[in-house]
Design a protein around this ligand. Structure first.
Ligand SMILES: C[S@@+](CC[C@H](N)C(=O)[O-])C[C@H]1O[C@@H](n2cnc3c(N)ncnc32)[C@H](O)[C@@H]1O
Length: 394
């Protein structure tokens, strides 16, 4: 592909990504994968270059831009090399017209900015939300020790304070590493590993992972429990949950009991666990503002109604989780968001409705106390953004 054809491909992809974001369609990565599956003539260098352009453009705009061309033209205004690709050649974009629409540069959608500021985020902290994310692994202590694995990967480094975490050098081809195939390590952000430490996952404990998804934290909990005890992994999403069993098998985890819940009737499959759990982890569905580095187009999907629905679901899940915790047990609330509405404010609402529960600020290797919990963010911790709170039942 010529440089101009690559720019045109990025414009077309961005149009698809913008439409998918407003219509609840597929994620940018999926759309990029589909685009090239239908264009086998594109080589690996072309794919990499187009992908790079697309993500650069997505990062540029806090709001969904009017079109793929509008955002690429805005980038070209500050990049003469890119501008020269708008040359009207056979597969390239038409030349730029002086007053044609340009996407506005920004990090956070305007409607969300006030909430971010109220949540204590500086302009630098907001800008870091769309920076580049490192690639972290969690070593599976059921099968391996970290130090020998560290020596196997060039450029890999330990993450201070996190006994099982390793950070890989940019560009490491992780999927091909034998340790991944053999279940010795899993891809997991260091922040995600840190918040999981707030759960008292002792060997022999009864732990409920209420929003287990495909089991990223479930597997970390199982390893901390040394694969001994009860670990009930629940979710309402059949597709995500179906990925847990094979992952658990690969990781040598035998204690995960998987339960598919009915949305709005979650208690139907949990009655036997009422008041029985030593700890319940609510890794709640959330706006994902802390993971924009990995999915920057998620900014274009979020809107006030969606955020409000998520806040309501989180509240309901925390109430449900409280019913499962034994007297003196623990509820851990986690969101990969930096908005107080989903974090500390949720804990405030919970405390007002549940007499006798007490907040314990967990001591974690990353993050800082924030409201009723601990928060970590890309600027200060170079992790995804997370809020975690630990609540002790009366
Ligand atoms: C942040 S993700 C969980 C990620 C997962 N714990 C991990 O570490 O990979 C939130 C999950 O909540 C699930 N969820 C949404 N509504 C739910 C509900 N009412 N009950 C249980 N899970 C729900 C979603 O399907 C999603 O998998």
């Amino acid at each position: 592909m010529t440089p101009a054809a690559r720019v045109q491909a990025a414009i077309e992809l961005l149009d698809d990504i913008i439409a998918a974001a407003s219509g609840g369609g597929a994620a940018a990565d999926t759309l990029i994968g589909r685009y090239f599956a239908a264009r086998r003539y594109a080589g690996s260098k072309d794919r990499r270059a187009v992908r790079e352009l697309v993500y650069r453009a997505i990062r540029h705009s806090g709001e969904a831009p009017p079109s793929g061309r509008a955002v690429m033209v805005a980038l070209a205004d500050a990049d003469p090399g890119l501008a020269s690709s708008f040359d009207g050649s056979a597969h390239g974009p038409e030349p730029i017209i002086a007053n044609e629409p340009r996407a506005v540069a920004g990090v956070v959608p305007a409607w969300l900015e006030k909430a971010m500021v109220r949540s204590g985020l500086s302009a630098d902290a907001m800008a870091a939300l769309v920076g580049r994310a490192p690639l972290d692994l969690r070593v599976n202590r059921l099968k391996a020790e970290r130090e020998p694995l560290l020596r196997e990967i060039e450029g890999a480094a330990a993450v201070p304070g996190l006994p099982n975490a390793m950070r890989l050098a940019t560009g490491t081809a992780v999927e091909q590493l034998p340790m991944m195939v053999d279940g010795l390590a899993e891809i997991q952000d260091a922040g995600s590993q840190a918040v999981t430490l707030a759960v008292p996952a002792e060997p022999g404990a009864v732990i409920v992972d209420l929003c287990a998804g495909a089991g990223g934290k479930t597997l970390a909990l199982a390893a901390a429990m040394e694969d001994w005890g009860r670990l009930i992994a629940c979710d309402t999403d059949r597709a995500r949950l179906s990925r847990l069993a094979p992952r658990a098998e690969g990781a040598g985890v035998s204690i995960a009991e998987i339960r598919l819940l009915d949305p709005n009737r979650e208690t139907d499959r949990l009655t036997d666990l009422a008041g029985a759990a030593d700890a319940v982890l609510v890794d709640a569905p959330c706006s994902g503002t802390g993971t924009w580095r990995r999915n920057p187009e998620a900014r274009w999907r979020l809107n006030p109604a969606r955020l409000e629905r998520l806040v309501q679901t989180q509240r309901r899940l925390l109430d449900l989780a409280a019913m499962l915790v034994r007297p003196g047990g623990v509820l851990v609330h986690v969101v990969c968001s930096l908005l107080d509405e989903e974090g500390s404010d949720q804990v405030e609402t919970f405390l007002a409705a549940h007499a006798g529960w007490a907040v314990e600020v967990p001591v974690l290797p990353l993050g800082r106390p924030h409201g009723h919990g601990v928060r970590m963010d890309p600027l200060n911790d170079d992790t995804d953004g997370f809020f975690v709170a630990r609540l002790r039942a009366p």
